[in-house]
Design a protein around this ligand. Sequence first.
Ligand code: KG4
Ligand code: ZN
Length: 332
Amino acid sequence: MIYLGIESSCDETAAALIEVVAGIPKILGHRVHSQNHTASGGVIPQVAAREHLLHLPKVMESLFKEAGIQPQDLGGIGVTAGPGLIGGLLVGVMWAKGLALSLSKPLWPVHHLEAHALMVRMEVPVAFPYLLLLLSGGHCMLTLVHDVQRYELLGQTRDDAAGECLDKVARALGGPYPGGVYIEERARHGNPQAVNLPIPFEHAAHCDFSFSGLKTACLQWIQKHPNLTDSQDFCASFQKVIADSLSERVAHALRQTSLLRCVLSGGVAANAYFRQRLQETCAKYGAKLYAPPPAYCTDNGLMIAWTTYELHRKGIAPCTDFQVRPQWPLPH
Ligand code: KG4
Ligand code: ZN
């Protein structure tokens, strides 16, 4: 059965086609168009929505051409219905509804964070339950994944997400969006001990996060060093402190749950240093860290296509009568 996944909740216009035979997926096509925010320094919702409108038809056309199939060959369609920016969500959902209704194909509304949570299973069949550290641009949470559509929140950020903190600090350094990639590149050859920055919630016995204090400390440090010509040491120190905080929270969650499987996902999970640090933390507790390949950590259509398959397999009924949900907590 062939599944189409459409993603337009933020600034990536993405779509993918997978064929699943006896639970084994094969990628037929995969297209991501990333918007360029160099001029604005970040995502402007109305601009992003217009860009989706412009690029989704092109993405779809080239996707079907790459896969060598026709829309009539589809078995099911999935589209991100939330959470995300309302304009972009509407563009994707309207397109998907039009396609599903005109071709009489089943359609599933997909939860964007659930798609990040399940994406890893497309490559490796990680068994439920598992601990999930989900790090996207706007979300930072530790969750127990019991099954498809069954999540139990252990903790989340009380203010900024780690991704947001990376983006804002990178911007203050004059770097491009997305900031996480810029910080990772600059940090590669820096000294992580060079700049003393506060570790959020150091030694705290809970699973919550906080990154706004660290962000403020970084912005103040940057202000105090206006003639900085080389930010490598600063970026390495900043990245290390985020990793310290993530590692401490994951260690706490592993102790609390006694789980031996931990999944790292969301755009920030593309970071090789975070992957390495969290892998070391998991190893200390005899647990194994899983993460999608870096290219599938950031927003993409494959995660939506795969989640559509997971929803179908689980027996979740398709429907065309649904609204977009810019705010949408993970289902319990
Ligand atoms: O999941 P995602 O692509 O979009 C949302 O759903 O928000 O995540 C975007 C976030 C941004 O904050 C971006 O800076 C971060 O992922 N990111 C990274 C890296 N690549 C993207 N953070 C750290 N290192 C990276 N290599
Ligand atoms: Zn995302």
